[in-house]
Ligand binder design. Structure first.
Ligand SMILES: *[C@@H]1O[C@H](CO)[C@@H](O)[C@H](O)[C@H]1NC(C)=O
Ligand SMILES: *[C@@H]1O[C@H](CO)[C@@H](O)[C@H](O)[C@H]1NC(C)=O
Ligand SMILES: *[C@@H]1O[C@H](CO)[C@@H](O)[C@H](O)[C@H]1NC(C)=O
Ligand SMILES: *[C@@H]1O[C@H](CO)[C@@H](O)[C@H](O)[C@H]1NC(C)=O
Ligand SMILES: *[C@@H]1O[C@H](CO)[C@@H](O)[C@H](O)[C@H]1NC(C)=O
Ligand SMILES: *[C@@H]1O[C@H](CO)[C@@H](O)[C@H](O)[C@H]1NC(C)=O
Length: 702
């Protein structure tokens, strides 16, 4: 089953683009995650299939690794095999040196790893990029580091002497290369290049790259290790010509683009033969800033928050030592996690498993787990908050309607992480500093500044966000049995419900999470979110023992449903409309996912059947449009919809449409959730955490 699907995906890509000659498991996506651990190490993706080459795939050594925005973050991989030099990552140009490109043979993508095999000079070089996903270990998940393991094995039966080299450039430090970098190299059991901007701007970004903090680029020191810093062509040329580095350090601190300083490590792996085990070298890369987040708290003051790993590691270097030593165990945990996700998702389909594998690092790469300091400078270990960046669309902090689409990933991997994320929004709104009666859209306009919206002028999505907070609060409690937030924030939750009671049967002219589609009155899908939200509060009151309020809200829902069906059902076709009284319109009523998730049974089965049959006859090549206003759609909403359709053929059509979109080579960015159903082109957005919604099918049937 699995192998067949591999062959099919290789065939379909090969027929599309003769340039793609490697085997891809599960498929060749638009971009491949390399080191993706935080919004500022959410980063290096290659294989931008689109990249001006009309679907021609880019191997690991066919382009530069880049930040999710597309900005180059040079990461160079070289090998020196029997006296000849090769590139296996990046596209360095070094005149006067003789080298050739290794040939990419395969790429495998799992939930935590991207594994490339390239061949050169009778040797297979395997580059394994492991970005750990550790949902239940807050220290490990919050340590913003990623592994690169490079191994070499003979592939022709012969013996070969092999050295490998990897460098990074200062481009990892800023969204603009005009800034001056400084660096220092520490040599010990582990050699580390630490690189940062000379003038640090706390909590600032340029083009989404942090303007403060340091990159730490490390490897173990062994007898075969050499090291060097200096101008790109000098350092790379040294290795290309000699297979070893000069152990020299150029400390002429300068602009990132001024004679491009690079920071290199090399390992002599000795001789590999058909009889020897593969020889390998391990590297780690991370980006640390402290404080990580600025958060508005009671009394309108700003609190600095630090990444949670500080509660365990006194220094970054102690963290690197522990992270480095943990590689074997981390790999075993990663393999177990990958296998579980794959087994669960494969019960739906291999295409679904591929989509899920490609989505998981993207969500974890958008969050940070933090803690605060106490009056004595120590950490409040029990004060845990998770912050999420609304990557790509606007950089807001903890946007309720971005947390909501991503929510299935949290329910599946660890709902408590979701609670720590929700608590950011609850705590701020419980201070009373936020003036609106509906839920805030987000807790800060620019990550990592979670400074609130005391003026109430955040992007208003009143029904949307009230509904989202209720959906998330109840489904967390149902999944875990922990009602503490329901109790603590009961009055806020009830306040938002009052808003829904007023405004969700006949929703006023407003935007939904799909703000790009424009504002509209009487949106059917918003009414569903609101009515299901009221139903959620009825359940919350029940859990809290407030039987009278629970019964009252249940009655309100019961009285709303037939009125809603009357307003929202088209008179001309068997479907719900996009907006009341517009019989020819329709859209994805993805918010029905909440009714199923929370098992509220507000809407009856015949409604689900009607919608399913309608979508079955409205597929374009890449899926069902979001609504009748445009031909574009959203991948997350398609898979939310797929989670509740009553026909598995239709469910699988949604899944395959999304898989085709992300693997057809029509665009070359990290997983986009917004694209055209006819052309398969990206409409906007990329690398957003909303792809956590692709896990919707994993959380309904448990
Ligand atoms: C470069 O490689 C070519 C072909 O292998 C060889 O003829 C030439 O001598 C090499 N030049 C240098 C400077 O190593
Ligand atoms: C890649 O995946 C294929 C198919 O599952 C498997 O046979 C192969 O061993 C994998 N390669 C690596 C390097 O993990
Ligand atoms: C919204 O729908 C209700 C019920 O059909 C209708 O009375 C009202 O005029 C509609 N509002 C707008 C702005 O279309
Ligand atoms: C039910 O809730 C609505 C909305 O909050 C309120 O106006 C009404 O008085 C409540 N009814 C009862 C019987 O509590
Ligand atoms: C169930 O849904 C159908 C179709 O929307 C509707 O005709 C019927 O009244 C609904 N029944 C109930 C009990 O809501
Ligand atoms: C399920 O959907 C497919 C595709 O539209 C259709 O051919 C099939 O008849 C449907 N099955 C049922 C039981 O409705």
């Amino acid at each position: 089953m699995r192998l067949l699907s591999v062959a099919a995906s290789v065939l379909s890509v090969a027929s599309l683009a003769a340039g793609v000659a490697w085997e891809a498991t599960p498929f060749n996506p638009s971009a491949i995650p390399l080191a993706v651990r935080s919004p500022f190490l959410s980063s290096c993706n290659v294989l931008r299939l689109g990249q001006g080459s009309n679907g021609n795939g880019v191997p690991l050594n066919g382009g530069w690794p880049s930040f999710w925005t597309g900005q180059t973050m040079a990461w160079t991989g070289l090998a020196y095999i029997d006296g000849k030099a090769y590139t296996w990552m990046g596209v360095p140009s070094v005149s006067g040196s003789n080298f050739s490109q290794a040939t990419q043979k395969s790429v495998n993508i799992t939930s935590t790893q991207s594994i490339f095999v390239l061949s050169a000079g009778g040797v297979d070089i395997t580059a394994t990029f492991l970005s750990p996903v550790e949902p239940t270990d807050l220290v490990k998940q919050s340590f913003p580091f990623s592994y690169l393991s490079v191994s070499a094995a003979s592939n022709d039966g012969g013996s070969h002497s092999v050295s490998v080299y990897v460098d990074i450039s200062g481009e990892w430090l800023s969204g603009s290369n005009i800034w001056t970098a400084t660096w220092q190299t520490t040599q010990g059991a582990i050699n580390t290049h630490q690189v940062q901007l000379k003038s640090q701007a706390e909590f600032e970004e340029i083009s989404d790259v942090s303007q403060y903090g340091s990159i730490y680029w490390s490897t173990q020191k062994t007898s075969g290790t050499t090291i060097q810093t200096g101008q790109d062509i000098v350092v790379r040329g040294q290795f290309l010509n000699h297979g070893t580095l000069a152990n020299t350090f150029n400390n002429n601190f300068r602009e990132i683009s001024n004679s491009w300083p690079v920071f290199a490590h090399a390992h002599n792996l000795g001789t590999v033969s058909s009889k020897s085990k593969p020889a390998s070298a391990l590297f780690t890369i991370g980006h640390v800033r402290d404080p990580a987040i600025e958060y508005i708290v009671q009394g309108n003051t700003l609190q600095d928050r630090s990444l949670y790993f500080w509660t365990e590691y006194p220094t970054v270097s102690a963290g690197i030592t522990a992270f480095y030593a943990d590689f074997e165990a981390a790999t075993q945990r990663a393999n177990a996690f990958d296998a579980k996700v794959e087994a669960d998702a494969n019960k739906i389909s291999p295409d679904y498993a591929g989509i899920v594998a490609l989505s998981i690092r993207q969500v974890f790469g958008a969050i940070e787990i933090t803690t605060s300091k106490n009056a004595f400078g120590g950490y409040n270990k029990n004060d845990i908050l998770v912050f999420m960046k609304e990557i790509s669309s606007d950089g807001n902090v903890n946007t309720a309607d971005v947390m909501m689409p991503a929510w299935p990933l949290f329910l599946y991997t660890n709902p408590t992480l979701g609670k720590y994320m929700l608590d950011v929004n609850f705590r701020y709104q419980a201070t009373g500093l936020y003036p609106n009666k509906w839920s805030a859209h987000d807790i800060g306009a620019n990550y990592p500044k979670a400074t609130g919206h005391n003026d109430g002028l955040d992007e208003a999505q009143p029904v949307e966000e009230c509904g989202n907070m209720l959906y998330m609060a109840l489904s967390y409690a149902q999944k875990t049995g922990d009602n503490s937030d329901l109790k603590t924030y009961e009055s806020l939750l009830d306040q938002w419900t009052q808003y829904l009671i007023e405004d969700s049967l006949i929703p006023a002219n407003q935007i939904s999470t799909d703000d790009f589609a424009g504002s509209l009155a009487n949106q059917t899908n918003l009414a569903i979110k609101g009515i299901v939200g009221i139903g959620a509060m009825a359940e919350i009151h029940k859990l809290l023992g407030n039987t009278k309020q629970s019964a009252n809200y249940t009655n309100i829902v019961k009285s709303y449903v037939p009125q809603f069906l009357n307003f929202a059902t088209s008179k001309t076709g068997p479907h719900l409309t996009l907006a009341y009284n517009q019989d020819d319109t329709w859209g994805l009523t993805y918010n029905l996912f909440g009714d199923k998730l929370m098992k509220l049974n507000i809407f009856n089965e015949s409604l689900y059947e009607m919608q399913t049959a309608w979508y079955a006859s409205h597929f374009n090549q890449y899926g069902v449009p979001l609504d009748t206003r445009h031909t574009y759609t959203k991948s997350d909403w398609q898979l939310w919809t797929a989670s509740w359709v009553t026909n598995t053929t239709v469910r699988d059509q949604f899944i395959t449409a999304v898989k085709n979109f992300v693997s057809d080579g029509k665009f070359g960015e990290p997983f986009s959730d917004w694209y055209d159903t006819i052309s398969g082109q990206q409409s906007g957005f990329q690398a957003r955490p909303v792809v956590g919604g692709h896990l919707a099918l994993l959380v309904l049937d448990e």
